[in-house]
Design a protein around this ligand. Sequence first.
Ligand SMILES: *Cc1c(COP(=O)(O)O)cnc(C)c1O
Length: 510
Amino acid sequence: MDALRIPMPAAAEETLDPADWTEVQALSHQVIDDAIDYLRDVRERPVWREMPTGVKATFDASLPHSATPLAEVYRQVAQNVMPYPMGNIHPRFWSWYMGSSNFTGALADFLAAVQGSNLGGGNHAAARLDSQVVNWCKEMMGFPASASGTLASGGSMANLIALTVARNVKAGVDVREDGIAALDKPLRFYGSDQLHSCHRKAMEALGLGNRALRRVATTADLRIDLAALKQAIAKDRAAGLRPACVIGTAGTVNTGAIDDLEALASLAAEEDLWFHVDGCIGALIAIAPENAYRVAGIEHADSVALDPHKWLHAPFEVGCALVRDAKAHHQAFAVTPEYLQATPRGLASADWLYEYGLQTTRGFRALKVWMALKEHGIEKFGRLIDQNIAQARYLSGLIEAYPELELVAPTSINIVCYRYRAEGLEDETLKALNVEIMLRLQEEGIAALSDTTVHGEHCLRVAINNHRTRREDLDLLVAETLRLGEELAGATAMAKGVAHEEATRDVRNQ
Ligand SMILES: *Cc1c(COP(=O)(O)O)cnc(C)c1O
């Protein structure tokens, strides 16, 4: 026995800890200083820039076999990675739909990694804090304390988790044990034709298939057509299918339209359907004093997916699924193997958080939400949401004031769909012109927009989910759209003119 206590020579064992902590401390201070400069000066840099070929080539370097000093590794990151971001922390980034992060959240991610706890569960502070953030999300949505929830990587995962519970509850058979092959009738889920693409992936992953997801037509304001929804449900029932779930969208990714959630809640209750709300964009409007009325009814949902890494600006990744019926939620995912049996005391004497989703090991993503909420308070986040919605209204007003610009969809919340228009251009030419405006805005580092098609009309899309955006940024966007539009439309007209002249000359020469 004593032999076991004889210390081994130190050199026999390796560790990832630094040999010299003092050196790492100095470098870490430098990293923090650089990070603060980086964020403070973000407005001065272009939104986006293409990587030089030399930089791209560094990412083809093969697996490192030997050591490189940390200072050199950091130098490479500072040189090749940090200057070429996606750009979503920039005040003029309005592409797709993202949050713009925040420094407190970054500090939290650092501390979470330093503590390194596994949020699969257990009796420790991080797990308690994780549950607290879920409780805060319930409170924000007006869900009862008895509801359950889980933090996931993002909205797509949160939707998948909620739709899994919906499927299992409405299947009428034990899907977990017997699989979907045991279903006596095929299930049908319903959402609008503006539904986010993650629902298709969820339906496929759940084994129900893309066709089980009915895309119901939307009205002129891009909200689900309730009459068409009722008809679709009735038709499916008559055909011997089993309508199971209706997905309401609180803020569509195309235009920000919010389905009539009160009406969907009543309809789901009448039809005995699970009512899920995809609130990845708009659920958090519930905390915004001026606009909360837009998501009234969300509190009646059976489940909600929301995305703190969007309108709470938490650094990626963090989404949240809430389920009213905690038991149904737990029953959809609970599997406790012997090695994870709870004990009366100690580390394993608490609930396992991994029993509410698909991951086993879970990161401490709650901390970045928790720290920023503590620092600013929920009311400020509510005001920031109202601010983005007011900015979208402001931008829409500017667009309406110029005859060269037009709104392509009604602005509901913080997404503005518009295009440059020029007399006499065909649809395809107009589309090409607007795409070119979008690309030049990116390449010149001015602003990042995306484009989309709304009810068949191509347009540029500005999603203002950004706590750094100011009205002057939107003034600049309009001015630059007009400048580029004029230049490009002029060039197009000239090209057409030349083509026309050449054509007539050819005709004359014949
Ligand atoms: C962003 C979004 C999602 C997906 O969320 P991720 O966090 O990107 O996974 C789902 N639905 C809607 C409406 C969204 O805007």
